[in-house]
Every structure is written in structure tokens, then in C-alpha cells.
Design a protein around this ligand. Structure first.
Ligand SMILES: C=C1C[C@]23C[C@@]1(O)CC[C@H]2[C@@]12CCC[C@@](C)(C(=O)O1)[C@H]2[C@@H]3C(=O)O
Ligand SMILES: O=C(O)CCC(=O)C(=O)O
Ligand SMILES: [Fe+2]
Length: 371
């Protein structure tokens, strides 16, 4: 098993030509026993292996909010339909992402993440460099608020390709941010927080009004030996929650713990978005909603694209269990952290079986000191 101090095996600016590979090279071959080597559930015939579907149009008396909250509690993830983001836009965004990844190497290399940890650009997110093996994927991360400046790095001449790419991503950001606010308000409603008295109203409003978005594009090229390769290793997302738009090629899997540990594949449902609860939402709800381990597998036949849209607090905001969530029965189980503080802590746990949430968990002796 890799240790938390395993040295990075690559620079995140390194380029790797997946299309030229006839076999999986040593650098990408995940041989031997791996963390979370659990079986993949055979199918969806068993009720407990059916990923919940939440229809946002089901708005009879808060029915959609209640269904979303139930899924967030039981699965930490669900498929969202009836969300109102036009199918035409989803298809255009996916097509633009595919065009970006299909550009020649020098165009993508111009926009490479800066070695040592730039948070945007083409290449591997720095946290993933902690793993001793590389993943079978190309990535591009960018703040949703800076699409136009970011992509001048790829298209310095700001020509037609730049214009169509930015138009699609901008429209997507507008839709997704509005959807993020709507879903967050639904979660608060289901938790009974919207009506809560005192400071919480204020905290909720601040959270709603300052949500920040980071976009990430993943391309998982088809792979000559999918059993040996990993698209994206098992992880939890660190923010509040993530919308993942995935091409109809399945590849995203969720770790289910009961009745036995297994991976459940999220089906590729046209027009649906996947919602994944992140660690900071787990904290905010004092563990009532739980973040979920998920991963991406690759296949031999087809490329797969996914577009996670990560929503979280602004960098300076301390996130702690909401008072009303704590009042729902337990003590505050987590210490307050900012998103960057949490990510820095979590970085040391990548490639290990540790959950970074345990690093901010309030221990019983700290509880008694406070009282
Ligand atoms: C906002 C973010 C979430 C993310 C870290 C990042 O700053 C940008 C990249 C995101 C990503 C994508 C791949 C998996 C992941 C765990 C990673 O290493 O980089 C997520 C991060 C996350 O959710 O913490
Ligand atoms: O490719 C996917 O479906 C999952 C992507 C993901 O989990 C991530 O980028 O954090
Ligand atoms: Fe993720």
C-alpha cells in the first residue's frame, strides 16, 4: 500500500500520449493488491444497488427536497433529473470538452498546470500526484469565474474555437450555479434549517450567497488493458457537493458499505446529472449527509468524458457543523476549517486508507474540555 509520504512519480506538467499506447506501461499499471479492492456489484437487479434518482420537478410539498436529503443520507450521491439544464447545452459542453482534449500536445502544454501546484490548467491535479501510479486520464481544472482568461492560454488568438468553447462553458456555469443554489436551498429545507431561528438563517444565507465553483474536465481515453489501469482512484470530493455530467459511457462507481462492501456503477442516464456529497457538506450537516468514496474505471472500447462542477465555500470561510444540524441530536463532531486548510490536510491522506474527516473530528476529551 502506498504510504502518505510516497514521492510524486511525475510532474503534473508532464505530457502522456494515451492514444499512442498499445499496452499499459509500468507507470500506469496498478498491479498487486489495492486499497478498496472490493467487488463490483453485478447489476442493478438488487434494490439496494439501484442508485437513487431524484426528480426536481417532484415538488409536491417538498417531495424532491426530501428525496434528495434521503439519498444524501443513505448514499451520499444520486442521479438528478428534471433539473432544467437543457440537454442541448449538456451535449454542446461535452463536445467542446472532447475538442479541447483532441487538440495537439503543444496547445494543451501551453496551458499546463504550473509545477508545484497551480490550481488551474491542463494536467493532473496535484493531490493525485501522491499516488505511486498515474491514472488513465487527462484533466483540465479552472475556476468557473475565470473561463475566458484561463482559455486564452490554450487559444492565444481568441479565434472561433475559443469563442465557441467559452460560450458553452459560460452558459454551463450560469446554469449550474443557479442549479447549485437551488439544490442547496432544497437541502436546507429538508434539514429543517431554512426555518431555524437565530444565527443559522444568517449562516445559510452567507453560504448560499458565496458559493464558489470550480470546473474540471476529465477525459478517460479507451484503454488497452482496463483491468490494469485506474481512471480516477477512490476519493471523496472535498467541497460541499459536486454535479457530475458524464457521457453515457458508464465508469463512475460509488462505494457502498452495507450489507457488504462493493462498488456500484452509476448508469449513464442521458440528461441526468450525478450529485456527489463532499466532505465539507458532511461537516456542515454534522455527518447527517455523508461524503461518499467514488472512483472512475476505464474501458477498452470508448473514450469517456466527465465534467465535475465542484461547489464549495469561498477560501476564507470557516466551515463547521450548523448549529441547527447539531441540535438535531448530537454534539458538534467536527472542528471548523476552511476549504484550503482541509485540502492541505487531506493531501497527506491520498493513497492511504485514512479519511481526512477523522483529522478534524472532535475527540471525546476535547468535548469534555469544552463543557
Ligand atoms: C475544487 C477542487 C476539487 C478538487 C480539487 C480542486 O481544487 C480542483 C480539482 C478537484 C479534483 C478533481 C479530481 C479528484 C479530486 C479529489 C482532486 O484531486 O482534484 C478533486 C478535488 C476535490 O474534490 O477535493
Ligand atoms: O469521472 C467521473 O465520473 C468522476 C469524476 C470525479 O469524481 C472527480 O473528478 O472528482
Ligand atoms: Fe470526485
Amino acid at each position: 500500500m502506498p504510504s502518505p509520504t510516497s514521492p510524486p512519480v511525475q510532474n503534473n506538467a508532464d505530457y502522456f500520449d494515451f492514444r499512442a499506447m498499445e499496452r499499459v506501461p509500468e507507470s500506469h499499471a496498478w498491479t498487486g493488491p489495492q486499497e478498496y479492492d472490493h467487488p463490483v456489484a453485478a447489476g442493478h437487479e438488487l434494490e439496494h444497488d439501484v442508485v437513487p434518482v431524484v426528480d426536481m420537478r417532484d415538488d409536491d410539498d417538498g417531495a424532491a427536497a426530501a428525496a434528495a436529503a434521503r439519498a444524501a443520507e443513505e448514499w451520499g450521491a444520486f442521479l438528478l433529473v428534471g433539473h432544467g439544464v437543457p440537454g442541448e447545452l449538456l451535449a454542446r459542453v461535452e463536445d467542446q470538452a472532447a475538442r479541447l482534449f483532441a487538440l495537439p500536445e503543444p496547445d494543451k502544454a501551453r496551458a499546463a498546470r504550473r509545477p508545484g501546484g497551480g490550481s488551474s490548467g491542463y494536467g493532473v491535479p496535484q493531490y493525485l500526484l501522491r499516488y505511486p501510479k498515474r491514472m488513465w486520464a487527462e484533466g483540465y481544472t479552472f475556476p468557473a469565474a475565470a473561463i475566458r482568461s484561463e482559455f486564452r492560454r490554450v487559444w492565444p488568438d481568441a479565434g472561433d474555437d475559443y469563442v465557441s468553447f467559452c460560450a458553452a462553458m459560460d452558459e454551463y456555469h450560469v446554469e449550474m450555479r443557479a442549479l447549485g443554489r437551488k439544490l442547496l436551498a432544497m437541502f436546507f429545507q429538508a434539514l429543517g434549517l431554512a426555518a431555524a431561528a437565530g444565527d443559522d438563517d444568517d449562516t445559510e444565507r452567507k453560504i448560499l450567497d458565496t458559493l464558489t465553483a470550480t470546473m474540471h474536465l476529465n477525459l478517460y481515453p479507451k484503454c488497452p488493458d482496463p483491468e490494469l489501469a485506474v481512471g480516477l482512484a477512490a476519493h471523496t470530493d472535498s467541497g460541499f457537493f459536486t454535479f457530475i455530467m458524464q457521457s453515457p459511457v458508464p465508469g463512475l462507481q460509488l462505494l457502498r458499505r452495507r450489507p457488504s462492501e462493493r462498488w456500484v456503477t452509476v448508469p449513464g442516464v442521458a440528461g441526468a446529472l450525478v450529485v456527489v456529497v463532499g466532505d465539507l457538506f458532511h461537516v456542515l450537516t454534522n455527518g447527517r449527509f455523508h461524503s461518499v468514496l467514488h472512483r472512475a474505471v476505464v474501458n477498452r472500447e470508448r473514450d469517456r468524458i466527465s465534467l465535475p462542477y465542484f461547489l464549495g465555500p469561498p477560501a476564507h470561510m470557516k466551515v463547521a457543523p450548523l448549529a441547527a444540524a447539531v441540535a438535531l441530536g448530537r454534539k458538534a463532531e467536527y472542528r471548523a476549517v476552511t476549504w484550503p486548510e482541509y485540502m492541505a490536510m487531506r493531501e497527506t491522506t491520498f493513497g492511504t486508507s485514512l479519511s481526512a474527516l477523522t483529522m478534524i473530528q472532535v475527540k471525546p476529551e476535547e468535548e469534555s474540555e469544552e463543557t
